[in-house]
Design a protein around this ligand. Sequence first.
Ligand SMILES: Nc1ncnc2c1ncn2[C@@H]1O[C@H](COP(=O)(O)OP(=O)(O)O)[C@@H](O)[C@H]1O
Ligand SMILES: [Mg+2]
Length: 256
Amino acid sequence: MIILMKNISCIMGERYVLRGITWTFREGEHWALMGLNGSGKTTLLNLIAGYVFPSEGSLSVFGKRFGGHDWRRVRRSIGFISSSLQERLYGSETAEEIVLSGIYGTIGLYDRPGKGDRDRALYLLDEFGCGPAAKQYYGALSQGEKQKVLIARALMSSPRLLIMDEPCAGLDMFAREKLLAAIDTMAGKKSSPSILYVSHHTEEILPLFTDVLLLREGMVHSAGKAEKVLTRKNLSSFFETAVAVRRRNNRVWVTV
Ligand SMILES: Nc1ncnc2c1ncn2[C@@H]1O[C@H](COP(=O)(O)OP(=O)(O)O)[C@@H](O)[C@H]1O
Ligand SMILES: [Mg+2]
């Protein structure tokens, strides 16, 4: 079991940001989490990582129940990529250093990375087609390269779960396709972590995603196998608008 939520609610201020979320994410699955702006996606991710606490309900990650375990340890097995992470990193560090810093979750800030760690950082950069950028300043990289570097960084500690919060936001369509292709290649490897991918565009849901959760106004609209969730009828109900759905390359394109 990767994630188990039972009737989770999250109240912030006076408001329910999440309400009655029941969800099971099993080993061997990859999930896409979809919802419009403000539907509570990032809050749901922050709950999993233990940055936000549930007001009601129960949460387990990797079979460990929230409240009964040191969540810093659970967090070490979670890779997390978000725009707020991107802003916290130093542009004056090289891509290699940024990737290398991904091990500090596991070795502690004052230990020195070893040769093996450096080799792994370069290997991961290569895997994402960023080998030539290793010595370049992170701040000078394109948005798409930055995202790949962040994924490589998250993989340094070999997480069991990789969470990506809107990694394609702000990318042009070519950079987006390149990033999606890199994610597809990563997911095809036996060593791949389970992936939780957040977006508000259905066409970013690659065939690798077995399951989809549609979140609307803090509640689960529907969740389950991708082919059942991403139908015209279900998406029209989700968007509360009759939408047209087109499938190309096993991806779903929605038009209003
Ligand atoms: N710390 C907070 N305090 C109060 N409201 C919050 C907080 N964080 C998020 N919210 C509100 O919760 C709702 C969901 O936010 P968020 O999870 O960021 O949505 P999404 O990622 O789907 O765009 C928004 O209306 C947002 O304003
Ligand atoms: Mg968000």
